[in-house]
Each structure stands twice: as C-alpha cells, then as structure tokens.
Design a protein around this ligand. Structure first.
Ligand code: ACO
Length: 429
C-alpha cells in the first residue's frame, strides 16, 4: 500500500498525496495533482524542497558526504577507473566489460576532430575572450554542423550526439585556450588516452614533441571523474529544462555551460584561487575570516559550503590527495597557495561560524591549485569543469528524453504585481 501525506487547510479542507520511495534517500511527496485538487501551487524558490525528476544516475547523501555514480562510490571510481570508463558507466548504467570499453573508447576517439569550418568561428572572438564565452558559442554552434544527430526521438541520433559532445569538448576547450594564446590549434592524437590527448592539444606546439607526464595525466583524469556528474545541480537542471522543450542536445549543453559559468557554481574554483591570492599570506587569515563572517562585507570563503553537502565533500578529500601528488611530482611541495589553503581549511573547520552552519570544503577548494600546477590558466578552470560535466549533462538529458513521464518544464509563480488596471493615455500619466 502506498503511504500518503495529507494536506489540510482552511475550514476542514484536505487532500491526500502519494509518498514515493526511491532505492535510497528521502521519500518524496508526489504533488502532481496539487493544483487540480486544491487550486494552490507550492512556493519553493531555489528548489530547497523540490525534486524535479526521477533519476537513476547519481546519488548524493549530503549529510554523510556520500557520492555514488550508478551506485558506485566516487572514492572507488576515482582510484580504479579512468574517465572514459566512468563516462560509459554514467551514460549506460553499468561499468563496461573490456570489449565494451574498447568499443566505447574507439567510438569516442573517432569523433575527436571538429568540422573544419567550425575552426573559423574562433576568428570571430576577441583574442582575450573568456573561454566560457567561447564555449557557450562554439558548443551551441555544433547544432549547425551535425544535422544527422539532431532527431531527439531517435535513440541512435541521441547516442551519436552524446559521443560527439564527449569527444569534441576537449578539442574545443583546447582550441579556446590556443586561440587566447595566439598559438596554432593542435589536432587530436587518437593513440593517446582521453586526458593525455587533451594535455597534448593544450600544451603541444608544432615545433617540438610533447610527452604528457603520466602523473599529471592521471591527476587531470581524476579531476574529470570527480566533476562528471552531480545529480540535479543548477547547470544539469538547466540542461534538462532546455531539453524539455525538445531543443537539440548541442543547444542544451550550451545552456548548461552558460549556467555553469556563474561564480556560485562552476566559477567557484577560479574564485577560490583568486581568494587565496588575495589573502596572500597565512598571517592574513584571521583578518579574512573576520571579513567573511561579517554579513555586510559580502565576502564568502570560496570553495566552502554546498547546497547539498552538509559534511566534507568526498570529492574535496580526493582532490586534496591529488594536490599532494601533483605538487610532489613537480617538486612544489612548498607551494605557497597550497600551504595557505591547508592553513585556511584547518582554521575554518575549527571556527564556530563554519561548524554551526555545516560549511566544509567543496571540490573547488583544491581543484584550482591542482589545475594551476598542471599549467591550466585560471580562466580555463570552469571550461575544464564543463568538459567533464558534459558527460553528466548528456546522460541526464538522454534519461529525460527517454522518460515516458517527461513533460515540458514549466514552473508556476506567486504573483505579487499590480492587480488589473486601466491604461491611462500618455498625456494624462
Ligand atoms: N562563506 C561564508 N559563509 C557562507 C558560505 C561561505 N562560503 N557559504 C554559506 N555561508 C553562510 C551563508 O551566509 C548563510 O549564513 P546565515 O545562515 O547566517 O545567513 C549560511 O552559511 C547558509 O548559506 P546559504 O547561502 O543559505 O547556502 P546555499 O545552499 O544557498 O549556498 C553555496 C550554497 C552557493 C555553494 C554557498 O555555500 C557559497 O556561495 N559558497 C561559496 C561558493 C562556492 O564555493 N561554490 C561552489 C559550490 S560547489 C560547485 O558548484 C561544484
């Protein structure tokens, strides 16, 4: 028997709503009939208590600091699998067998080049354009090039679009970087792994051989795994909402990239690094913490706090570990900003302001330091995040399109504007 929740209001009015159960996690009250039965909507700005969809992809327990992709803990995936293996898992629901993995990697690699005409788009941007501005434009423009994968009702089109996006994002991100630098674009090298190829397209030049460092490649791969999906966050919800109208996948991912750009979301790793630079020295930490605690200052401890995690973000632990490995490999154990970050984290974790609000480091607290050590410029950090999250976005988009319960997303509102009034002619206003 389905449990029910009863809503009572006014003089003895009541309505019942089914309570739905997932495989794990909190139950949800199914309020789809609320308006029809009561004439009222719910009010939940920021979706603090609203589940927008059923999903079988990612599970987060924010209180316990648990993150699962398709049931597998992030800690196991991050150390035992590579990014394309995790991508297959997120997209298909199961870890690949060896044959499935090889076939998947082969299919992704066949699509790493972009249409040659697409390269001309870059010339339309200023050299100093922010890479996220370039990504929003160029990824959206993919819809103009791949007409043979735009039929969202055709599962084969959907898989080709997914593979194209996963395969081409590294190429486009690297092109955005090369364009900024004034260096020639580097073609992908398909004999390299996904992450090694990305480093090649970023850091190689036609003048000399570039050999990717395996420790740094592994660190980049881990960054990608940790950012691959995160259930119904702002950018994923944006992709789903855009896709709910039937828009094509390339346009939907471009919308996700636009949302991710914001400093409260994907822009936080860039902001976290800028904050460390601004603090500059461990002696300035108390002054900075006092500023963050002062509501009038508007300052936040960037890389701290999360809408869902009210415990240590499990990705932050893995990222801190990677930070140690990368800095050791590069002989930068005494990196000024890393030491500062460790000191800042220690102080914040003991401070009642952060403890009482359950504010812990999120993935972005350390990822900026790792990316900087890899040679990735600060303004490209969010681009790397977009590259990784494309896997989650496209899997979530596909899950939505294949869902028979899917409807166009159309929230309602609590109207607070003027009631009906008459237009007064201009000379009488
Ligand atoms: N520094 C200082 N105070 C903070 C911080 C922070 N980083 N984060 C939250 N708080 C405070 C708020 O001021 C609020 O205090 P109050 O109760 O006294 O008013 C309380 O903690 C609750 O915070 P909310 O803003 O209500 O939490 P919300 O869930 O809306 O915000 C968010 C989450 C946006 C991530 C916020 O913690 C933040 O801005 N953090 C810094 C930016 C950041 O690191 N973003 C990355 C998120 S992870 C990602 O996108 C991959």
């Amino acid at each position: 028997m389905t449990d029910k929740a009863t809503l009572t209001w006014g003089a003895g009015k009541s309505a019942e709503f089914p309570i739905l159960k997932g495989t794990i996690g909190p139950d949800v009250i199914d309020i789809r009939t609320l308006y029809a039965n009561t004439g009222m909507f719910t009010y939940d700005p920021g979706y603090m208590s609203t589940g927008s969809t059923k999903s079988a992809i990612t599970y987060i327990d924010g209180d316990k600091g648990i993150l699962l992709y398709r049931g597998y803990p992030i800690e196991q995936l991050a150390v035992q699998c590579d990014f394309l293996e995790v991508s297959y898992l997120i997209k298909h629901g199961e870890l690949p067998t060896k044959t499935q993995y090889e076939d998947w990697v082969g299919r992704v690699k066949r699509h790493t080049m972009v249409h040659d005409q697409l390269t001309r788009f870059f010339n339309g941007f200023r050299r100093d354009a922010h890479p996220m501005a370039v990504l929003v434009g160029v990824v959206g423009a993919l819809s103009a090039f791949y007409h043979d994968s735009l039929d969202i009702n055709n599962p084969e089109h959907r898989i080709i679009a997914a593979i194209r996006l996963i395969a081409k994002l590294p190429t486009i991100v690297a092109m955005a970087y090369k364009y900024n630098m004034g260096q020639p674009f580097m073609y992908p090298r398909n004999e390299l792994s996904y992450s090694a190829n990305f480093m090649h397209m970023m850091f190689a030049t036609p003048c000399e051989t570039y050999v990717p460092n395996p420790v740094l490649v592994r660190a980049l791969d881990r960054i990608l795994i940790l950012h691959a999906d995160h259930e119904q966050n702002a950018s994923t919800s944006t992709v789903r909402l855009s896709g709910s109208s039937g828009a094509n996948p390339f346009a939907c991912i471009a919308a996700g990239i636009a949302c991710l750009w914001g400093p409260a979301h994907g822009g936080a790793n860039e902001a976290a690094l800028a904050m460390l630079e601004q603090i500059g020295d461990a002696s300035k930490i108390p002054e900075f913490i006092a500023k963050v605690k002062d509501k009038n200052s508007g300052a936040k401890l960037m890389g701290f706090g999360h809408r869902v995690y009210k415990n240590y973000d499990p990705r932050a632990k893995l990222m801190r570990e990677t930070c140690h490995e990368v800095l050791a490999e590069l002989g930068l154990q005494n990196d000024r900003l890393f030491k500062l970050a460790l000191a800042l984290e220690k102080i914040a974790l003991e401070d009642d302001y952060f403890v009482s609000r359950k504010l812990y480091p999120n993935v972005d607290f350390y990822s900026g330091i790792v990316q900087r050590a890899l040679g990735i410029p600060t303004n490209l950090f969010t681009g790397i995040f977009a590259l990784a999250r494309t896997v989650g976005w496209i899997a979530q988009w596909n899950e939505m399109i294949a869902d028979p319960e899917q409807k166009i997303g159309r929230p309602r509102q609590l109207y607070t504007g003027p009631t009906t009034r008459e237009v007064v002619p201009m000379d009488k206003r």
